[in-house]
Design a protein around this ligand. Structure first.
Ligand code: 2AM
Ligand code: CA
Length: 262
């Protein structure tokens, strides 16, 4: 077996072990800190899980790079070589307040191409994973291609922030989506919302503020199932900075772009 053939199993093993650690620690007292604002939180569990994942990756692949949310290792500033995008707990607010609906998200990029994506719903014990060109799976069962749906037939995952006054987009542009869609939901964990698009539980995900560790795991899942992931301006991702995210079937994404470009 070549070094890269085992990478999927290695990633899954690390994710499952990290999930077990989180479930063991989550009912004990832990320290919580605010990062940029009151909704951007980190706990010592996020930090320790990122440390566990980094160690597990670099022990086996010392020449790989890790782009992690909690900055426990210097982030690469290019996409050269093999880059692991790691979010140890996506949906930290849910983790702290709801004790569910948070995920471990990992994506592996090789020479600029996203090849592997993993999103693990820790409390539901649901692992979504995809390998480019080899299918996308929910707990080992192959997922069907994403159904094409226009906005008028879609359930959209979107936080209400973006239809109230905000710094990133004119709220009048996104409000008509809420009016026209079949329903709107907000889970509070970007990677899970993207995994749910892949699994056909919802039809699209829109946010104005994600980082690469939030969306890359889910991006691999969605693209492998024929869907699209890009920015709200209709551009491709550039992966090293904060970005908007518009994800769903080709038809959903094209339809949303007609609302936003009005
Ligand atoms: P996190 O819990 O890993 O921070 C909440 O709406 C979603 O947005 C979560 O996926 C959350 O990820 C992410 N998020 C929260 N604050 C963010 C920020 N300042 N920049 C980018 N993503 C953020
Ligand atoms: Ca996180």
């Amino acid at each position: 077996m070549s070094r890269m053939q085992g990478i999927e199993l290695h990633a899954i093993d690390l994710i499952k072990r990290a999930g077990k650690y989180i479930r063991q620690k989550m009912d004990q007292a832990y320290h919580i800190e605010e990062k940029t604002n009151k909704s951007d939180l980190v706990t010592e569990i996020d930090q320790h899980v990122e440390d566990l994942l980094i160690r597990g990756i670099l022990d086996r692949y010392p020449d790989h790079h890790v782009y992690g949310e909690e900055g426990r290792i210097v982030r690469p500033d290019t996409l050269e070589g093999t880059v692991w995008f790691v979010d140890p707990i996506d949906g930290t607010m849910n983790f702290i307040r709801q004790k569910r609906l948070f995920a471990i998200s990992i994506a592996i990029m090789v020479e600029g191409e996203l090849r592997y994506g993993f999103v693990y719903d820790v409390m539901a014990d649901e692992l979504f994973h995809a390998i480019k060109g080899q299918g996308a799976y929910e707990n080992g069962i192959r997922l069907a291609p994403i159904q094409e749906r226009p906005v008028k037939e879609a359930i959209i995952c979107m936080n209400a922030t973006w239809v109230t006054a905000n710094r990133r987009i004119d709220s009048n542009l996104l409000a008509p989506l809420v009016r026209d869609a079949v329903g709107v939901r907000a889970v509070g964990a970007a990677s899970l919302e993207l995994a749910w698009v892949a699994a056909g539980r919802v039809d699209g995900y829109i946010t104005m503020r994600n980082m690469p560790w939030d969306y890359t795991g889910g991006q691999v899942l969605i693209e492998e199932l024929g869907g699209r992931v890009g920015t709200i301006e209709g551009m491709d991702m550039t992966y090293l900075e904060q970005t908007s995210v518009l994800a769903g079937s080709r038809q959903f994404v094209e339809d949303v772009l007609t609302y936003v470009k009005k």
